[in-house]
Design a protein. Structure first.
Length: 202
């Protein structure tokens, strides 16, 4: 399926490349930076589960249900996190950008801004998506603020949407950007990327 065919997306500061096991060491290091797996409201793997995590992502890719990326910082060439295209609806030209996490020292930096720019640009300009979704846990306030700063709007909250690994019920906040909004969002993200680093959004 063209919509989930592996692709490399390269920006001036960040590159998105197909996830593979060669990224494992960098990603384990990224996980330890901030002990990301301890955030109870996320599904970030612990370092000892990282290989299984990559296996699961690659298996989903083989089934045509997900396209996983490693997020590379061009300055170092190292993987600093992951992201995915998922929940693809080809008939209605919709998809979700999700499962995104970064090591702590690049959060609230240029990395997320350019990462999302590349994914959105590819979705709207190459694949002619009608809408791109973002979903996150109600209690993941940092993620919600980051999604809102991209220009996405809240569509609604799916209450008791999923059962988390710890047995709690997840309320899922669903956001989207639609095709008619992309030119404005693109201008906004371009402006954010051109600002001094300390002023850039997450």
């Amino acid at each position: 399926m063209t919509w989930l065919r592996p692709v490399e997306l390269r920006g001036s500061q960040v590159s998105l490349v197909p996830l593979n096991h060669g990224h494992a060491n960098d990603l384990v290091e990224a996980l330890y930076d901030g002990e990301l797996w301890k955030l109870w409201y996320t599904s970030i793997p612990s370092p000892d589960k990282l290989v299984d995590f990559i296996d699961q992502r690659l298996a989903a890719q083989a089934k045509g249900t997900l396209l996983p990326f490693a997020v590379l910082d061009n300055a170092t060439g190292k993987a600093v996190g992951t992201t995915n295209y998922l929940n693809v609806d080809l008939d209605h030209r919709r998809r979700e950008i999700g499962g995104t996490w970064y090591r702590k020292n690049v959060q609230r930096s240029h990395v997320n801004t350019q990462c999302k720019f590349l994914l959105l640009e590819h979705s709207f300009e190459m694949l002619l998506c009608i809408a791109v979704e973002f979903r996150t846990h109600f209690f993941n306030y940092q993620s919600r603020r980051g999604i809102e700063r991209l220009g996405a709007k809240l569509d609604g909250i799916l209450r008791s949407h999923q059962i988390a690994d710890n047995g709690t019920l997840r309320d899922t906040c669903v956001y989207s950007i639609i095709a008619s909004e992309w030119p404005t969002v693109k201008a906004h993200l371009t402006w954010q990327m051109e600002k001094p680093r300390q002023s850039e959004i997450r």
